[in-house]
Design a protein around this ligand. Structure first.
Ligand code: HPA
Length: 262
């Protein structure tokens, strides 16, 4: 039997951001239903699949589909894919997500590199017994988003002429969007964007020793900053607008991310 494929980089794709998966060369696709602990399909029919292959010559594992806290499923569905990546040999996790912007000048269709996060979900995927073989009971979250990986994203964006914003991502439990007052509060707290994913995976990834980078595709201005009513349909439509740029950005950034890793 041949040795198992060893990804160096894991990529988690957010809602409507599937275009990145098309960039994987010689893809090998595995359904989440064949992977223990991974998210099961939801009523909304989110497909979940793992795509292994290469991007610009770098071995990657792309996770298309993620579990969200608001779905109310087992927390293992958030933990398992991240820990699977680490166990498979990955050293870097790149996350993408759809997010609302709290900065009027960073509007729909823009990309924002995540510099840090604020977890307002009220929980952590690490609540419960700790497996010391995976990571420490109290993992530090300083530099949760790796400065060297952020630099690689900046370089790739500059090369491509993509105007990459930077800011703090705020994790929101959902499934309701925020009120205008909540958005004003998040602004005071220091949030630049808000979304319903990413922070839990970052916590799990740092716990097990993965370096993390994340990019938000801005799909809307947050509640109270514009008259456009928020809806999931609008989020998906605007995510599709940003998906092309995001795909180009990741393809250019992936070889830069692993410099010094191999
Ligand atoms: N709030 C929370 N999650 C989101 C938003 C938002 O405005 N846009 C996309 N995901």
């Amino acid at each position: 039997m041949s040795a198992r494929f060893r990804p160096l980089v894991g990529v988690i794709l957010g809602s409507g951001l599937g275009a990145v998966a098309d960039a994987v060369q010689r893809p090998r696709v595995t359904s989440y239903t064949d992977l223990p602990g991974f998210p099961r399909p939801t009523v909304e029919g989110h497909a979940g699949q793992l795509i292994e292959g290469t991007v610009a010559g770098v071995p990657v594992a792309v996770l298309q589909g993620r579990a969200h806290l608001y779905e109310g499923g087992p927390i293992e569905a958030i933990r398992a894919p991240v820990r699977w990546l680490r166990a498979a040999g990955a050293e870097i996790l790149v996350q993408t997500n759809a997010a609302g912007s709290l900065r009027p000048e960073v509007g729909p269709g823009r990309l924002m590199a995540v510099t840090d996060h604020i977890n307002l979900t009220g929980t952590s995927a690490l609540v419960g017994p700790n497996d010391a073989g995976v990571g420490p009971r109290f993992p530090a979250m300083g530099r949760a988003y790796d400065p060297a990986l952020l630099d690689a994203l900046r370089t790739a964006a500059a090369t491509l002429g993509i105007d990459l914003a930077e800011g703090v991502y705020t994790g929101w439990l959902g499934p309701s969007f925020e009120t205008a007052a909540e958005i004003r509060a998040i602004r005071v707290l220091g949030g630049d964007a808000v979304g319903m994913s990413t922070v839990q995976e970052t916590i799990v990834a740092r716990h097990c020793g993965l370096r993390v980078a994340a990019v938000s595709a801005i799909t809307n201005l947050a509640e109270g900053l514009s008259d456009v009513p928020l809806s999931h349909e609008q989020t998906l439509a605007d995510a599709a607008r940003a998906a092309g740029d995001l795909s180009r950005l990741l393809v250019a950034a992936i070889p830069l991310l692993v410099t010094g890793t191999c």
